[in-house]
Design a protein around this ligand. Sequence first.
Ligand SMILES: Nc1nc2c(c(=O)[nH]1)N[C@H]1C(S)=C(S)[C@@H](COP(=O)(O)OP(=O)(O)OC[C@H]3O[C@@H](n4cnc5c(N)ncnc54)[C@H](O)[C@@H]3O)O[C@H]1N2
Ligand code: MOO
Length: 408
Amino acid sequence: MSDFPTRIAYAVAHEIVDAVAIGRQLPPERCALQRAHGRVLAADVYAVLQQPPFDNSAMDGFALRHVDLGGGGETALELAGEQFAGAALGLRIGTGQCARITTGAPLPAGADTVVMKENAAVDGNRVRVLATPAPGQHVRRAGEDSAVGDRLLQVGDILSPSRVALCASQGMAELEVRRRPTVAVFTTGDELVEPGLPLRPGEIYNSNREQLMGLLRAEGLEPVAWPTLPDDPGAIESALRHAGNAFDLVITCGGVSAGEKDHVPALLQAQGRVRFWKVRMKPGMPVLLAEGGRLGEALFLCLPGNPVSVLATWLTLGRRLLDGLHGRREPRLRLHARLGSDWHKRQERLEFLRGRLHCGEDGVLRVEPNPADGSHRMRAAADSDALIVLAEGPRDYPAGSVVEVLPY
Ligand SMILES: Nc1nc2c(c(=O)[nH]1)N[C@H]1C(S)=C(S)[C@@H](COP(=O)(O)OP(=O)(O)OC[C@H]3O[C@@H](n4cnc5c(N)ncnc54)[C@H](O)[C@@H]3O)O[C@H]1N2
Ligand code: MOO
């Protein structure tokens, strides 16, 4: 009997990943605004300024007092000055007057409405208003977007460009974000050769490293790739111990299944604390999650060697672990699509297919499963842009069935 969960359901793997991550949330750090894109906020953001900070014009035109406009017909007003976007000049608009104004310029005192220049004609210092604006038209009111003290963003929010811009509009030059984990990436296997070098019979090129590095970088991480490990328990232990003491997250790939050369599970069972090994999903079944124990403080996420298993386990479990470590508040967008053709599962295990997404003019998202479903079929993964999640249990999925999809 193993003293850790094994052959667990996908949903249980998610629960364990969440529990492990919550106990290891990364500490906050200050970060320059310009570097905050994509980071996760570690503190709520409150407005220190009202927005807009002052009443201002939404159009290039003339600021006026609405009471001065006649009921519907043309009105001539005296041009009393100009206020462009920039320092407020302290202009005041009196009865029968107006001021030239540009978009974003502070509204002169007394004015309450803007007529856009296309609806006005200038004749010396007279301005004829050709089409009467509604009261208050084209004025952006101070504070209509936010008031001082409003909570603008919350702990755990991802800093999208709009959110970084929102902080910039508040004058914030630094933000409190979660530190990103440091990540070491290992590929293992005596058969692996680096692209660019000659192959001998029985050997293959190492493709998983680049796949993993790309997937990790897409999350904004800066992973460090270690030299490929041979299928040698001593070499694996030594390298993983070094990494386990120096990184937050160690990701290995290969050597995690049942073969004579699969040394990773035994090492982590002996030296670390395995949180689960083997999830009832295909591909990716032998995936293992462990705390380092005597191998160091790091978390160890050990992915199966088959290339599509790497993709599936990272997208479904790895990213979730990362989100938990970051304390990400909003879950990633969950998408569903209609299957473009029938699919029959050969077994009951949860299965990830690869497929291509497209959204027709009817607004319905559809996904066409790729028939090459082996976990070594990299070309099918490359021809696709989404994983299709077929839940544990049902085996027959007629075309048109609604399935979850994970774009990649
Ligand atoms: N008797 C059993 N055999 C296998 C089982 C099982 O439960 N019992 N599980 C199968 C499943 S499912 C998977 S997935 C694989 C996973 O095996 P490992 O994680 O031990 O991975 P390896 O054996 O090292 O490699 C599997 C496969 O992938 C190729 N590979 C490995 N690393 C790379 C790389 N960096 N780049 C490209 N290709 C790589 C490797 O050559 C193998 O072909 O085990 C099944 N077997
Ligand atoms: O689970 Mo393995 O990942 O089928 O190929």
